[in-house]
Structures are given as structure tokens and as C-alpha cells.
Write a protein that binds this ligand. Structure first.
Ligand code: TRP
Length: 330
């Protein structure tokens, strides 16, 4: 019975990849853990944002959490910027993070590209803020995708460095909970690329707010091949493999079972079945999201309540850290 912390950035259209890769897996965790699910708007600011859009996207991610089955009464849902402790702890932890550790972060290298001199301090320090997110609540379990594993290992290193410096176990080392391989959802237009909110064609992804007709249309138009019978082989048949694994993930059955079921089916028949499964699962989520988003005041109220509950957990932990460091009068 540990404490779970995870987050999603409010950077635009949430899609099937975000749902299967992250949010959906959190729903079940509520049964066994205290869960804190954050909309990490401070992380979003590490790349340029339009203020109105950032605001809208924060509400959108919040609505997606709830529509997908995260219970705002049982779990804590809030946006990062409302709890000042995230920024405060990030500064303190930054004083225990050697540049050498940050220089190893592959995501920074990718995002900064060839222009490292122009990259912002915020982007460079992104993993320190992420460590602060988790450690501010002494979270023990952190569900993340494979791409965030390195950041979480850094969080463990920072926690360890802090504990060693002060000779006590202030922070438990957070465990990554790496989500399954089926959680990797690829583009509907090119099975070798991840489904992404930045890909120009909207037909490359299924957005959580798409309605039934659009979901069906996107699956019908998804790239296919002309090999008879469905088989899973990501190298040879990336598109078929992606759609098979989406089917398995949505239905909650094994890939083997799905492959056996459609071994003799033409691609078009399989797509019809997939379309039904996708509409059945995602249709109601999209509907709930649209309903929630029609009442922004309600969402803002939930975020305020969530932030209050988050602060109640974070404040004593931050005070403990400050006392240990000698910046709070005992
Ligand atoms: N960096 C994560 C991502 O982009 C989001 C994130 C921020 C996060 N803080 C976190 C995830 C803390 C888990 C725990 O996916």
C-alpha cells in the first residue's frame, strides 16, 4: 500500500497513446494505493506555450483523467502550478544534482537538438522538477512509460544523494512502474512512429474527444497492407501489428488470443471489428470528456479542491526537508 504519483503534460490533444500508455493504467491503481495524479503545467512551460491554450489543455487533461475513470474523491487530481512546493523543492533538489547527471538525459538532448546554447534552463532542469513532483509526497510508486525511466532513475539518485548528505532517510526511493509493451501505440499512418499529438495529419491518431463516427473513419482509413490474414510482426507488418496490439489493449485480452482470432481474416474485416471495440471503449470516454469540458467552472473547482488536498500532504514534507537543511527554524 504505497503512494502513487504520476502526471501528464497539458500540451494539447490527448490521444489513444496517452490513454493506453498512461491514464488507463492508473485507474486500477486506485484500488490498492493512495494516488496523486497531477497535470504538470510547469513542465509544459519548458516549451513555448500560448497562455489561453495552456489553460484549456490543463482542463482537458483533467477532464480526461475523470472521464477515463479516475475518481476525484478517492484520488487527488490537481495541477502542479497550484502547489508551490513543487517549485520550491525543485530548487532545493537542484543543489544536489550534478550537471554530469543532467548531461546524460537523452530527452534533453533530443528536445534541445543541435542548439544546446539556446536551450532554456527550464528544459535542462526538467528532470529535477520531476524528481520534486514525486519526492514532495514521498511517493513510492511512479507509473511511467519507458521514455521516462531515465528521469525516474535520476529522481532516485537525487533522493539518495540528499539522504546521504544529511545521514537520514528523508526520501524513500521511488520505484518506477513501467507499463506494458502493448502500451506503446503507434501512428495510424506509419506503424514505425509513435502516435503523437504533433504529427500534422489528424488521421494519424485517435483523439480522446473524437466521436464515434470519426473514430470509425480513422480506423477505416488507417494504413494497412495486402497480406492475407492478420499476423503480429512489428518489423515486417508494423501497421497490422499496431492495430492488433491496440485491439488487445482495448479488449484486455492477450495478443496471442487476438492473433488467433483474426488469423484468417482479411484486413478490412479486422478493421471493422477493431472499429467496434474502439467505439465501445472510447465513445463513452469522449462523451464524458465533452460533458465535463462544457462546465469549466466545475473542473476548476475540482482542481482547486485537489490542490488543497495535495498541499496538506506536501506542506509537512517540505517543512521537514527545510528543517533538515537548516532553512527552517526548528
Ligand atoms: N515527464 C513526464 C512525461 O512527460 C510527466 C511527469 C512530470 C511525470 N512529472 C512527473 C510523470 C512525475 C511521473 C511522475 O511523461
Amino acid at each position: 500500500m504505497g503512494r502513487v504519483f504520476s502526471g501528464v503534460q497539458p500540451t494539447g490533444n490527448l490521444h489513444l497513446g496517452n490513454y493506453l500508455g498512461a491514464i488507463r493504467n492508473w485507474v486500477a491503481m486506485q484500488e490498492e494505493h493512495d494516488c496523486i495524479f497531477c497535470v504538470v503545467d510547469l513542465h509544459a512551460l519548458t516549451v513555448a506555450q500560448e497562455p489561453e491554450e495552456l489553460h484549456a489543455h490543463t482542463r482537458e487533461v483533467t477532464a480526461a483523467y475523470i472521464a477515463a475513470g479516475i475518481d476525484p474523491k478517492r484520488s487527488i487530481i490537481f495541477n502542479q502550478s497550484q502547489v508551490a512546493g513543487h517549485s520550491q523543492l525543485a530548487w532545493l533538489l537542484g543543489c544536489f544534482t550534478p550537471l554530469g547527471w543532467l548531461n546524460r538525459m537523452t530527452q534533453f538532448k533530443e528536445k534541445a537538438g543541435g542548439h544546446r546554447e539556446n536551450a532554456m534552463l527550464g528544459l535542462y532542469g526538467y528532470p529535477v522538477l520531476m524528481a520534486a513532483d514525486v519526492l514532495l509526497y514521498k511517493a513510492t510508486h511512479v507509473p511511467v512509460g519507458e521514455d521516462q525511466k531515465q528521469h525516474l532513475e535520476l529522481a532516485r539518485d537525487i533522493a539518495g544523494a540528499f539522504n546521504r548528505r544529511y545521514g537520514r532517510e528523508v526520501f524513500p526511493l521511488p520505484e518506477p512502474v513501467i507499463l506494458g509493451a502493448t502500451a506503446r501505440v503507434m501512428s495510424l499512418r506509419d506503424g514505425r512512429n509513435k502516435m503523437s499529438k504533433t504529427e500534422p495529419s489528424d488521421y494519424s491518431r485517435i483523439n480522446l474527444t473524437d466521436d464515434a463516427d470519426l473514430i470509425a473513419k480513422k480506423i477505416r482509413k488507417a494504413k494497412s497492407d495486402s497480406i492475407m490474414g492478420m499476423t503480429y510482426s512489428p518489423q515486417k507488418r508494423p501497421e497490422a501489428s499496431n492495430l492488433l496490439s491496440i485491439y488487445a489493449a482495448l479488449e484486455g485480452v492477450s495478443l496471442d488470443e487476438v492473433c488467433a482470432r483474426f488469423a484468417d481474416s482479411p484486413f478490412s474485416d479486422f478493421k471493422k471489428e477493431l472499429s467496434e471495440v474502439a467505439v465501445a471503449h472510447l465513445g463513452p470516454i469522449g462523451e464524458r470528456m465533452r460533458r465535463l469540458l462544457s462546465d469549466p467552472g466545475y473542473i476548476d473547482g475540482l482542481l482547486r479542491e485537489g490542490a488543497e488536498r495535495a498541499r496538506a500532504l506536501a506542506d509537512p514534507i517540505l517543512a521537514e526537508v527545510e528543517q533538515v537543511m537548516g532553512i527552517l527554524t526548528p
